[in-house]
Design a protein around this ligand. Structure first.
Ligand code: 3PG
Length: 414
């Protein structure tokens, strides 16, 4: 039974549409380094403009005080280039400048508002009712006819631009949102066995929630770990990772998670695989260390930056025989070429496998494009949102779609 509005439900001609996208992207030296999230949202933007919408596009970029917290000026520029049509950057969010520009929009025109997190209201997580009362929503709602939300990567956030309009305006899923939800649901609910989850990266707490959920609910058959997730499970299995690495993990607050990982292992030990070797940065060079060898003492001094080749080979064998694969996060510091071997090796094996595969991890999916990896069934734009989904949590934006449909569905005959 239908429970949310789709893009094709409405006539957007001459209507003002607020499109919440997630164009939050990696930024180095003040410049955006990946256009993956821009390309992903293009079909929705094209559809809206082709159908005569007056389009207001908005996104967040990082959060206050971080190095990649920048204006959306380059976002507007990049989008204009990909679209082949100007998306005008408006240096305002809901002040008079923004409101006047929105009111003067013509059918088929698009503007990009300023980084939404320049507004304090957009930095907190609040329930929908509170989001609805923000100045952001109160000032913009009178100017908007429809809301389209295509920000899957932010769907685990309850913030004004993401959920605040749901009871005030009909809110439809964009094409990207639909594609993401349908691919992730297929992997989670209807995945063919063996169902293999690959968890890497630095979001260890979120990944532990995923492991616990998918094993308890019998949604997964095997978990392969890498990145800091793999290191926490390796410690939980009783291996020593050396002073340098343990100090680093302590600084990141990761040692506090080892007990939890141990409890998960007590219940599901054979289903959770950890790396058998690691690559460390030995004076600027990659060297690999087997966890059972004497060279292990090098881990006291040198930081682990990747999984080793023997682990990649083992994981590869498992992935090639999987029926379903869900992967989130990198195996190592893939930004440095010599430590990309683990991430690229694992992603390549996923691409070669016949399994239905979903791979995500926020900014780390950039490596998929950089190394021309093909054959993955669905590359998700989500990092934290994807983890929340597989942890079995309710995503506030998906809830908001349902609420909007309940509010307007009957009235609009949806
Ligand atoms: C992401 O990249 O995971 C999303 O854009 C959400 O960003 P956030 O974690 O800063 O809310």
């Amino acid at each position: 039974m239908k429970s949310t509005f789709r893009l094709t439900d409405f006539d957007f001609s001459n209507r003002t549409v607020f499109l919440r996208a997630d164009l939050n992207s990696p930024v180095e030296n003040g410049r955006i380094t990946s256009d993956a999230r821009f390309r992903a949202v293009l079909p929705t933007i094209k559809y809206l403009l082709d159908n005569g919408a007056k389009l207001v596009i908005a996104t967040h970029q990082s959060r206050p005080y971080k190095g990649d917290y920048v204006t959306t000026e380059e976002h507007a520029e990049l989008l204009s280039g990909l679209l082949g049509q100007e998306v005008e950057y408006v240096e305002d969010i809901f002040g008079r400048l923004a409101r006047e520009r929105i009111s003067s929009l013509k059918a088929g025109e698009a503007i990009m508002l300023e980084n939404l997190r320049f507004s304090a209201e957009e930095v907190f997580y609040k329930p929908l009712e509170d989001c609805e009362r923000t100045f952001f929503v109160r000032k913009l709602a009178p100017l908007i006819d429809y809301v389209v939300n295509d920000a899957f990567a932010a769907s685990h956030r309850s913030q004004p631009s993401l959920v605040g309009f749901a009871r005030l305006k009909p809110m439809a899923m964009g094409f990207l949102m639909e594609k993401e939800v349908s691919a992730l649901t297929r992997a989670y609910e209807h995945g063919e066995s063996p169902r293999v989850y690959v968890l890497g990266g630095a979001k260890v707490e979120d990944s532990l929630r995923v492991v616990e959920n998918v094993l308890r609910k019998e949604k997964a058959d095997l978990i392969l770990t890498g990145g800091l997730v793999g290191q926490v499970f390796t410690l939980a299995k009783g291996f020593n990772l050396g002073d340098a690495n343990i100090e680093f993990m302590a600084k990141k607050g990761l040692l506090e998670l080892v007990d939890w990982a141990e409890r998960i292992l007590d219940e599901f030990y054979p289903m959770i695989r950890t790396p058998v070797d690691f690559a460390v940065d030995y004076r600027g060079e990659r060297i690999e260390i087997d966890l059972l060898s004497d060279e292990k003492k090098l881990l006291d001094k040198y930081p682990i930056l990747d999984i080793g080749s023997r682990t990649v080979e083992k994981y590869r064998g498992i992935l090639l025989n999987a029926g379903t694969i869900v992967a989130n996060g990198p195996m190592g510091v893939f930004e440095r070429e010599e430590f990309a071997l683990g991430t690229v090796g694992v992603f390549k094996a996923i691409g070669e496998s016949k399994a239905f595969s979903v791979v995500g991890g926020g900014h780390s999916i950039a490596s998929i494009y950089r190394y021309n990896i093909t054959g993955i069934s669905h590359v998700s734009t989500g990092g934290g949102a994807m983890l929340s989904f597989f942890a079995g949590e309710k995503l506030p934006v998906l809830e908001a779609f349902r609420i909007s449909y309940e509010t307007f569905g009957r009235k609009l005959g949806g």
